[in-house]
Design a protein around this ligand. Structure first.
Ligand code: NA7
Length: 530
């Protein structure tokens, strides 16, 4: 059987995969996108749990490569819901006629580099074989669901779901006894919605998380018109902060202002809502004392909102604010004032087993009709490591990353020529608004492929030296902050046995400058061969 030939194979049809296809086509390159799901959308295709919503405002969490697109699309709310984002992604796929080059229900199982021909051999799980000069992994940072290995799950007689693999049909919780395990962003978003429907909801919390209110609501048409009239300027402001255009970074340090000033600033940010809370003071993620002042403020809010002091105390994190992405919620803490909601602390006495009728912790047995696992993801590396990827010398990615992920700029891996990763470990990715950083990566990667093609070269491969230097730099920057001190998925701390390495790169605008300089200098740090 002869393998079908392409110039580029893209893995994943989320925001990154779709824009890659659009750009690669414009370069005249034969491109095929493989997508495991039954439709486009990536993260937003899989994460359909009740209450799923983006934590970046909709006018910013959208493509900017086409002015016509950003002018014509109408967002309805300040923070878009998952169904609305998925409608938008589908609109983009249709508007740019992308579907004809996307193979759905197709999971890539292996990608092996043939050094003698400088081509990748790609095999799908169904056993179909393809070849391409380039492979781009647009597999997402949060796409490999983490289902903890609780004994007994297969004997559970009720229904169970993982938030990251939610069914397409609505799940009816009416009259049901429901358990939610996990209080990260997915738990915090779904718990208030499930609580409104279920007869009884029990939340199992191992570690509390900090959350600030979204204050979501319909978008003001005047504000939308204003932004659309100046969209370019608005996007530029967003780029400078790597988050919201009106993030309003405060240059003052929390440790250098009065207690009243700190309180005033935190209150104003709480009232405004959303992630800009983290920009209240310049030293929040660099100084423990500063961070503790923000933590204390949020704990105070939790105690104000939650009526039962014991529950409020259990919900109050003792960790550092923002060292795991701050959650943005709608009525999360107030949900614990409902008579049908109970919080169970499993930090000391964990979940022992799932039973046929519910679950048991080390202290108590519970009966449930439905269990929801809001237990997160094998983030940033999980999707890549689940594919059998082999480089120039036959080395597997698992071998290359045995001690933790190593990349050059989060875009390329030494020894794996003509392979690119979008928002991979070592890039700012999850510390930013993902959409502009995805667009930045897609543009850099497609420019790079175009360069190699225009020069008539066979391959481009990051050098081991450039990669080592980049990994060291990513670590140095992380160490200068409080980030590595938190137990978060940024560090792989949520997956047993995963090497503890701080994966994202802190510092978006300088990162983009670095990527540009690398390209302007003839792809410095890469070996190009003819
Ligand atoms: P997260 O943030 O990784 O949260 C997963 C939650 O599940 C977290 O509270 C975990 O507690 C909990 N968990 C995981 N395993 C267990 C076991 N075995 N027992 C009890 N509790 C457990 O994932 P999300 O999907 O909520 O959010 C991911 C990102 O999506 C988020 O950061 C935003 O950027 C969007 P732990 O903290 O490990 O003690």
């Amino acid at each position: 059987m002869t393998a079908k030939q392409f110039d580029v194979i893209v893995v994943g049809a989320g925001f990154a995969g779709l824009y890659l296809l659009h750009r690669l086509r414009a370069l005249g390159l034969q491109t095929r996108v493989f997508e495991a799901g039954s439709d486009v959308g990536g993260t937003w295709f899989w994460n359909r749990y009740p209450g799923a919503r983006c934590d970046i405002e909709s006018l910013e969490y959208s493509y900017q490569f086409s002015d016509a697109l950003q002018q014509e699309w109408e967002w309805s709310e300040r923070y878009a819901t998952q169904p609305e984002i998925l409608r938008y992604i589908n609109h983009v796929a249709d508007r740019f006629d992308l579907r004809r080059d996307i193979a759905l229900n197709t999971r890539v199982a292996a990608a092996h580099f043939d050094a003698s021909r400088s081509r990748w051999a790609v095999t799908t799980q169904a056993g179909d074989a393809y070849q391409a000069k380039y492979v781009v992994m647009a597999t997402g940072c949060l796409s490999s669901a983490n289902l903890p290995d609780f004994p007994g799950l297969q004997r559970f007689t009720g229904d169970w779901y993982h938030t990251g693999h939610w069914p397409h049909e609505p799940v009816d919780f009416a009259g049901k006894r429901v358990a939610v395990i996990g209080t990260g962003s997915s738990g915090i978003q779904s718990i208030p919605v499930i609580a409104e429907q279920a007869a009884a909801l029990t939340v199992f919390q191992r570690t509390p998380n900090f959350s600030v209110p979204a204050h979501n609501g319909p978008l003001d048409p005047e504000r939308v018109a204003d932004i659309k009239a100046n969209y370019r300027r608005f996007r530029e402001a967003n780029r400078q902060t790597a988050f919201h255009a009106d993030f309003r970074y405060n240059a003052a340090n929390a440790t250098e202002v009065s207690a009243q000033e700190r309180q005033r600033e935190y209150e104003a940010r709480w009232d405004r809502g959303g992630l800009p809370f983290m920009a209240a003071f310049a030293d929040l993620v660099f100084d423990e004392q500063a961070n503790e002042s923000a933590a204390e403020f949020i704990r105070g809010k939790i105690h104000e909102i939650v009526e039962d002091p014991e529950t409020a105390e259990l919900l109050s994190p003792r960790s550092m604010v923002g060292c795991k992405r701050l959650c943005v919620d709608s009525h999360y803490y107030a949900t614990y004032n409902r008579a049908n909601v109970r919080l169970v602390d499993v930090s000391q006495h964990g979940i022992k087993a799932i039973t046929p009728t519910g679950l048991e912790t080390e202290l108590e047995a519970f009966a449930f009709d439905v269990i929801v696992f809001a237990t997160g993801f094998d983030a940033m590396t999980g999707a890549l490591m689940s594919i059998d990827i082999r480089g120039r010398l036959g080395e597997t990615l698992q071998q290359a990353w045995a001690e933790g992920p190593k990349t050059y700029l989060g875009l390329a891996i030494a020894g794996f020529p003509n392979l690119f990763t979008v928002t991979g470990p070592g890039s700012p990715s999850v510390l930013t608004n993902m959409l502009p950083t995805i667009e930045h990566h897609v543009e850099w990667i497609t420019d790079c492929i175009n360069y190699v093609e225009q020069k008539g070269l066979a391959s481009i491969d990051a050098t081991a030296d450039a990669q080592e230097a980049w990994v060291a730099h990513v670590n140095d920057v992380a160490e200068s902050s409080l980030y590595p001190r938190g137990n978060s998925w940024y560090l792989g701390a949520n997956i047993p046995g995963k090497p503890r390495v701080f994966m994202p790169y802190l510092g978006f605008p300088p990162y983009a400058d670095k990527c540009k300089a690398v390209a302007d200098n003839g792809y410095q740090g890469f070996a190009l061969s003819g």
